[in-house]
Ligand binder design. Sequence first.
Ligand code: G1P
Length: 308
Amino acid sequence: MTRTPPSTRAVTKAVIPAAGLGTRFLPATKATPKEMLPIVDKPAIQYVVEEAAAAGLGDMLVITGRNKRPLEDHFDRNLELEQALLNKGDHERLAKAQESNGLATLHYVRQGDPRGLGHAVLCAAPHVGEEPFAVLLGDDLIDPRDPLLTRMVDVQQREGGSVVALMEVEPSQIHLYGCAAVHNTAHPDVVHVTDLVEKPDPADAPSNYAIIGRYVLDPAVFEALRETAPGRGGEIQLTDALQQLATSEEIGGPVHGVIFKGRRYDTGDRGDYLRAIVQLACEREDLGPQFRAWLGRYATETGLSALA
Ligand code: G1P
């Protein structure tokens, strides 16, 4: 790779990979994109778009694939529905129907050949150009009360290079994530990443810091991705391209990690998805009080609370 100095430009764009087949949720995902499955009453993708918008990233590129048309429809106006609700005078539901319009300028590109997360991110290269940009993975929901992306953008603007979001996990869980070897910095929530490995065996993991699905990346990552051979699972891994940046700071500057200690909800498989829904429903102001009361009764009646 050629020496590429890090970009010093502002972060304005977000990339949202959404081309996966969602096979863990079949049959629900046979004709419906996984990103459209509701978390309580809002599709998973809307949480992610709202998070990027809240961090000031008004230009988003969604990487889609086959059967993803409902994603595009969701962020457009549905005039027929709006008119029907207006005619009924149902302003509360009208507001809900309009919630996802105008959150950002959304662009779409198709990943014609799904060859992994790294390959999906590479599909964003022509749109992103020479600016640092954010990547948000839809399987990780970050509670809006614990803003992470804003902090990552601040760190990227101060340090240059790339920034990944890290969270400490049980050592037995590290094989599910990208894992970072780190050194401390003067800031307690920021570490310097010296190495990265995708889904290591626990015995080989350099730490228990897991990459959760938020990144702010220097555009040099595209050059690294073009040279990244298929890795874990035969796929082009984003972690492998970042490993090249982390171990050779001449390309695209350093890699830092922001350590996240806030509320994160994993929606990647059915068990995690159910837990995320129950947690979020319990915390909702409108649904929470009644739902919590029912959950408490259910746990007592079924003897579940004795197991906790
Ligand atoms: C992807 C990344 C992994 C990261 C994870 C976060 O894996 O490859 O490095 O830790 O997202 O959710 P996936 O969960 O898509 O297999």
